[in-house]
Design a protein around this ligand. Structure first.
Ligand code: F0G
Length: 468
C-alpha cells in the first residue's frame, strides 16, 4: 500500500529538536536522522474520532465482526494507522479488570480500591498480543515475509502464535540461553518458530536481532517498533472501559524493556489531547531489584525526559559503569531481567506526562505478592506480581493513599513460569534452595504446601479431616 507523508498517520522522531517525520511505508525502529525512537503520530483533525469514550460501546453489540470483538481493534479510531479491514486479529484483548479486596488488603488498600487488569487471557497468555496485533498489521501492509524478535519469552510466544495462526509471516526468534521460562519456550517451539538460542542474555539477543534483521530484511517486532506500542495503548482503553470510563488514580506496571509504560503514557496523553479525558492517572513503574536501570536513573540520579532534552551522557555513563563492573541483571522475574531497556527515553517521557514514579521490588517481595495474587484465583507469572509488590511499597511509603483507585497490570499468565511457583510452595528444601535460595529468597510466607500421605484410604481421609 503506497502511503505518503500527507497521510493523517505517520512516524515521527520523539525528540522535539529533531522531530523528523517518515511515512508509514517504511519499517523503521529508530530515527534515520538522529537514531532516537519513533512514534506513530496522527493528524487527529483529519481523522474521525468518537466524541466521547462511551461511543466505543456501540462495538459491543457486533460480536460477529472480528474487528469489533477484538479488544485492540474495537478502539481502531484511536490507532487508525491502517484501514480497519486490513487489521490483523487472532482474538486478542479479551481481558478482565478484576476488583481484588484480598490482594488489596495485603497491600494496605481499602476495600474496592485495588483492581487487577488480567492480561493472561490473551491468546498467547500475555499482554504482548495487544502490540503484536498492531505490529503484524503494519508488517502485512508492508508485505513483509519474515518477522523477528529478541525475547525474554512472551514476545516470542506471541510472535510465534500470530505467525502460525495467520500464516502471513514466518517467525525468527532470538532468546538468551537458559534465560527463558519453560512455558514460553514451549510455546515458540510448539507454534513452529525458528528459535535461535544465543549464548548470552536478553540484551545480547536484543543487540544481535537488530543487526541480523537489518542484514536479512526481517521485520522487527520488538517494542522499538512504534506500531507495537500503538496496540499496547488499548490496555489502558480497556481499563477505562471496565471502570465505566472513569480515570483511576494510579496505573502500576512492571518495567522491563519499558514498552508498556511508554504506551500507557502515550495513550493517556492522546486521550487528553483529544478531550476524551480531563485528567491523567499517575504511573508507577516497578523494576525488579536485580534489574533496576530505570529506578537508578530516574529516582537515584534524577534523570528526566526534561521536555525532550534528557541527560543522555548520564545514561551512557550508567551503562558504561555497568559494563565495566560486569554487572548483569538477575531476577527470578525473568521477563524483566533486562539491563538496557530499549524504550528508556519514551518511558521517561511517559513518567513526565503522568507525574510518575519508579520503584523496585526484591525477588522475595515479588514471590510473596505473586502468591497473594494466586490465592485470589487470578494467578500470574513472577514479573507481573512486581506491580503488586510495588503498590505495597508505595502504600507503606505514603505515596499511594489507601483510598485511591489503583490498577495493577498482571502482564502474564500463571502457567508461563511454573518452576518458581512450585519451588515457592514446595516442601522440598533442596528444591526451594536450588530455585529460590540462590536468589536471596528465604521464606515462603504464603506457601500452600502439598500434604504427603501414604497410599492408604484411611490415612488420606485422616489427612483431609486434619487439613481440610
Ligand atoms: N511482564 C511480562 C510478563 C513480560 O513478558 C514483560 C516483557 C514485561 C512485564 C515488561 O514489559 O518490556 O513493556 O516493560 N517481556 C519482554 C519479552 C521483554 O521479550 O517478552 P515491558
Amino acid at each position: 500500500m503506497a502511503i505518503s507523508i500527507t497521510d493523517p498517520s505517520f512516524q515521527q522522531c520523539i525528540v522535539p529538536t529533531c522531530g523528523a517525520t517518515f511515512s508509514l511505508g517504511e519499517a523503521l525502529v529508530a530515527c534515520p536522522r538522529c537514531g532516537n525512537l519513533l512514534d506513530v503520530a496522527y493528524q487527529w483533525d483529519r481523522l474521525s474520532v468518537p466524541g466521547k469514550l462511551a461511543d466505543f460501546e456501540a462495538q459491543w453489540a457486533r460480536r460477529d465482526d472480528p474487528h469489533a470483538a477484538s479488544g485492540v481493534w474495537r478502539f481502531h479510531a484511536l490507532l487508525p494507522f491502517a484501514p480497519r479491514d486490513q487489521c490483523v486479529t487472532v482474538g486478542e484483548g479479551q481481558t478482565l479488570l478484576h476488583a481484588s479486596d484480598g490482594v488489596g488488603q495485603y497491600v494496605g488498600m481499602k476495600p474496592g480500591r485495588l483492581f487487577l487488569q488480567y492480561e493472561g487471557m490473551n491468546p498467547s497468555g500475555s499482554f504482548k498480543d495487544n502490540g503484536m496485533a498492531a505490529a503484524f498489521t503494519h508488517a502485512r501492509v508492508l508485505g513483509a515475509k519474515r518477522a523477528a524478535c529478541a525475547s525474554t519469552g512472551n514476545t516470542s510466544a506471541s510472535l510465534a502464535l500470530y505467525c502460525s495462526v495467520t500464516r502471513l509471516l514466518k517467525a525468527v526468534i532470538f532468546v538468551g540461553s537458559g534465560k527463558i521460562a519453560f512455558g514460553k519456550l514451549s510455546q515458540a517451539l510448539d507454534y513452529g518458530a525458528l528459535t535461535v538460542q544465543i549464548s548470552g542474555d536478553f540484551d545480547d539477543a536484543m543487540a544481535r536481532v537488530q543487526e541480523v534483521s537489518r542484514d536479512l530484511g526481517l521485520y522487527l517486532v520488538n517494542s522499538v517498533n512504534p506500531f507495537r506500542l500503538e496496540g499496547q495503548k488499548t490496555i489502558m482503553f480497556r481499563v477505562l472501559e471496565a471502570l465505566r470510563w472513569e480515570v483511576p488514580d494510579w496505573i502500576v506496571v512492571p518495567g522491563g524493556n519499558l514498552g508498556n509504560s511508554s504506551a500507557f503514557g502515550k495513550a493517556f496523553f492522546e486521550l487528553r489531547e483529544l478531550g476524551l479525558i480531563s485528567r491523567i492517572p499517575r504511573l508507577a513503574v516497578i523494576n525488579a531489584t536485580g534489574a533496576r536501570t530505570l529506578f537508578d536513573l530516574h529516582e537515584e540520579q534524577g534523570v528526566r525526559w526534561n521536555n525532550g532534552k534528557p541527560n543522555l551522557p548520564a545514561i551512557d555513563e550508567y551503562h558504561a559503569q555497568m559494563d565495566a563492573a560486569g554487572r548483569r541483571a538477575s531476577t527470578i522475574a525473568s521477563a524483566i531481567e533486562i539491563n538496557r531497556p530499549v524504550n528508556l527515553l519514551k518511558c521517561l517521557r511517559a513518567l513526565e506526562w503522568t507525574n510518575g514514579v519508579v520503584r523496585h521490588a526484591s525477588d522475595q517481595d515479588i514471590l510473596d505478592a505473586k502468591a497473594q495474587v494466586g490465592a485470589g484465583g487470578m494467578g500470574c507469572e513472577p514479573a507481573s506480581a512486581a506491580s503488586v509488590a510495588g503498590v505495597k511499597a508505595l502504600v507503606t511509603e505514603g505515596v499511594i493513599q489507601p483510598d485511591e483507585r489503583v490498577v495493577c497490570i498482571l502482564t502474564g499468565h500463571q502457567l508461563k513460569d511454573p518452576k518458581a511457583t512450585v519451588a515457592y510452595h514446595s516442601t522440598d528444601q533442596d528444591q526451594f534452595n536450588e530455585v529460590l535460595g540462590s536468589r536471596g529468597v528465604r521464606r515462603a510466607a504464603f506457601a500452600n504446601r502439598a500434604v504427603a500421605v501414604p497410599n492408604d484410604r484411611n490415612e488420606i481421609i485422616k489427612a483431609i479431616r486434619l487439613y481440610g
